[in-house]
Design a protein. Sequence first.
Length: 259
Amino acid sequence: MERMIAQHGHETIGQVGKREEMAGRLMVPLDYSDVTQARLMIEKLDGIPCYMKVGMQLFYAAGPDFIKELKARGYSVFLDVKMHDIPNTVRGGAESLTMLGVDMFNVHAAGGTAMMAAALEGAAKAASLHPSQHIPLIIAVTQLTSTNQEMMNSEIGITGTVTDAVVHYAKLAAAAGLHGVVASPQEAAVIAAACGPEFVTVTPGIRPAGASLDDQSRVMTPGQAIRQGSHFLVVGRPITAAADPRQAALNIIEEMSQA
Ligand code: C5P
């Protein structure tokens, strides 16, 4: 991919480097049902060295070949398939995803510490057998943002507030050796306090000031999320539904760089 992160004339290498770093912390979800639509979006973002997030919809349709294509194009890939199964099955799944060369994948913290540790074991095994592969960042899903407190208390049977549950799961993930969690940007600071500033937070629910909220409710701007300590920002529709996705992404990277 030809890098196009420099925007203005008379810039210092430091400013360009900062934008490169922030582009690498921006994750664009390719929420499409087929590779043709995904490739169209990739073309619109060409030259921006962001992370690409592939979720269940595209992965179940396009499979490992599309992940290899993204890697061949030079992208970092977050495979968002939220594994949740018995430890032995998750160990095998993690081994296969590591072999595929993804840079990040996730599991549900609700699977427990043995399951999360098994994910790490599977990844470590694949990386040790194949030195060209590295251990991906393995991230735990805490409480889905579609779960509100009433649902969590009355249907799922977890007492307390959603934030309590998120912090509890984050601590479990850290104890199991995982690298971080997916969380709301509002929770990034409390998670950093509980698990340390190096513990990675991947935060959806990002909206630039004035952008449509769509179906997200508790949102933060890109600048606020960076200042709260989010490591990776997942930004979908503000980029993918924009008239000019490349410019929208560059504006967000600029805001992240200034934060
Ligand atoms: O378009 P938008 O910015 O809302 O997209 C957010 C992306 O992050 C989507 O791919 C969505 O599935 C994902 N996501 C989320 N909330 C979570 C976990 C993932 O919005 N808790």
